[in-house]
Design a protein around this ligand. Structure first.
Ligand code: PHB
Length: 432
């Protein structure tokens, strides 16, 4: 249903869309606009209007900010998507009360079903053109972020990335900011750490797409600069039913350590299983990588083979910080005492904090350029430690932690033992 146009300022109108049902019209969404008269299409709308007036404080103008959330809800690579949804819901539940009177955020959810750039592009197009969203967010997978970038530039709809982690993404549009991480941010310092800490050779195994290639390039650069040798490098298909042939090749090369990147969640667990089944630990080969390979929500299901894995990552459920203690307690209260939030849950929680920041900062009236200005330099006391959006690159600046998988109180955790503070994506300052 089209919105009534041309209303004078000061008064607002409520109207609704009817669902396709056999029976009376159901108002499936209500919308509010400032104007000079009141238009009531039917008695359901009248009731909605009266209800809205009853809750809106005197003088408040109702304002709904529409946010298109593109996430991976289904398909074999939906694991991080569930964590994203949980982080978003938790932040909303805890902070909805912080919105200015009359301001609401409407999340319009869409399922990209995995790393499917064509699907993601179509969803973004529909959200922008048909649903008229003012912001876009979510995005687990890099190919989807890259396919959407030209659209957000053209339409001037800011996109706040909650996961997709290939460095180049934020350079593709001035309307993209990232609250998650990049693989350069973790893998570059990890290579330097490994070279300094007794590892003389590595074998790299990465998923053959953006973040995997970034991880491989970054670790190779810093590890070899630190005097280490790369015994071999293999890029594996993004969805790999069986990691055994790749892990076997790594084992045969007899490196001190295997460096691995695969997408967080089920892929990481499958990789870990192959690492265990082929007996690399027994052969004295260590496992290192970015935090994606020991993602917290999967760790206890990975088996003891995960113990001793050294990763560089920006978030651990075991992180000993007041903001994290509160976050983990709220997460467990919401989702269950044995559930652990992963970095995707934490990053998406922070992504909602960024969205609230721009919505509150504009009292619900979203201007794209003002939104980007509010994001540039935004600082937040995150569960992962202090974070900031770099005003120049619109990318996240955050601590990276060296962690080891250990048992604490009977459960496996990424136990942080060294902190590298305020890491920017090194690619922005490093020549390849
Ligand atoms: C990505 O596609 O950018 C991506 C997905 C999952 C990860 C990291 C990066 O764990």
């Amino acid at each position: 249903m089209e919105a009534p146009e041309a209303l004078a300022p000061g008064v607002f109108v409520v109207w609704g869309d009817c669902g396709i049902t056999a029976g009376p019209c159901n108002v499936t969404s209500t919308k509010v606009r400032q104007g000079g008269g009141i238009v009531m299409r039917n008695r359901y709308l009248m009731l909605a209007f009266i209800a809205a007036m009853a809750v809106a404080p005197a003088g408040a103008i109702a304002q709904t900010v529409k946010v298109g959330l593109i996430n991976t809800y289904t398909g074999p690579l939906a694991g991080p998507g569930e964590q994203m949804e949980r982080g978003i819901k938790l932040y909303t539940k805890l902070h909805e009360k912080d919105l200015p009177p009359g301001v609401t955020i409407e999340l319009i959810r869409r399922d990209d079903t995995g790393p499917n750039p064509e699907v993601a592009k179509r969803l973004a197009q529909e959200l922008i053109a048909r649903d008229k969203v003012q912001l876009l967010t979510g995005i687990v997978y890099t190919p989807n972020a890259l396919s959407i970038a030209p659209l957000v530039t053209e339409a001037k709809v800011p996109l706040i990335i909650m996961n997709a982690a290939t460095s180049v993404i934020t350079t593709k549009s001035p309307y993209i900011a990232r609250v998650s991480f990049t693989l350069w941010q973790s893998s570059y310092p990890l290579g330097a750490w490994a070279a300094k800490n007794g590892i003389k050779s590595i074998y790299t195994l990465v998923s053959d797409y953006g973040p995997g290639i970034d991880a491989e390039t970054a670790v190779t650069k810093s590890f070899t600069e630190g005097g280490g040798a790369v015994a071999g490098s293999v890029r594996m298909p993004l969805t790999t039913p069986d990691f055994v042939p790749f892990v076997q090749r790594a084992k045969d090369a007899k490196p001190d350590a295997v460096f691995c990147f695969v997408p967080a969640a089920k892929e990481a667990t499958a990789f870990m299983k192959a690492f265990g089944d082929l007996g690399l630990r027994a052969a004295g080969i260590k496992l290192i990588g970015p935090g994606d390979i020991t993602t917290d929500e999967e760790l206890n299901g990975m088996g003891d083979v995960a113990l001793g894995t050294i990763t560089m990552g920006h978030y651990s459920a075991a992180g000993d910080r007041p903001a994290n203690t509160a976050f983990v307690a709220a997460y467990k209260a919401e989702y269950g005492a044995r559930e652990e939030p992963s970095f995707v849950a934490a990053d998406s929680y922070d992504g909602m904090a960024a969205i609230y920041h721009v919505v509150i900062g504009q009292n619900g009236k979203i201007d794209p350029d003002k939104t980007m200005d509010l994001l540039k330099g935004w600082k937040y006391d995150s569960p992962r430690g202090p974070i900031m959006i770099d005003p120049e690159t619109r990318d996240i600046v955050q601590n990276e932690y060296v962690r080891k998988v250990e048992i604490v109180n009977g459960e496996k955790y990424n136990v942080e033992f060294t902190t590298i503070e305020a890491v920017k994506d090194p690619l922005h300052g490093v020549k390849k």
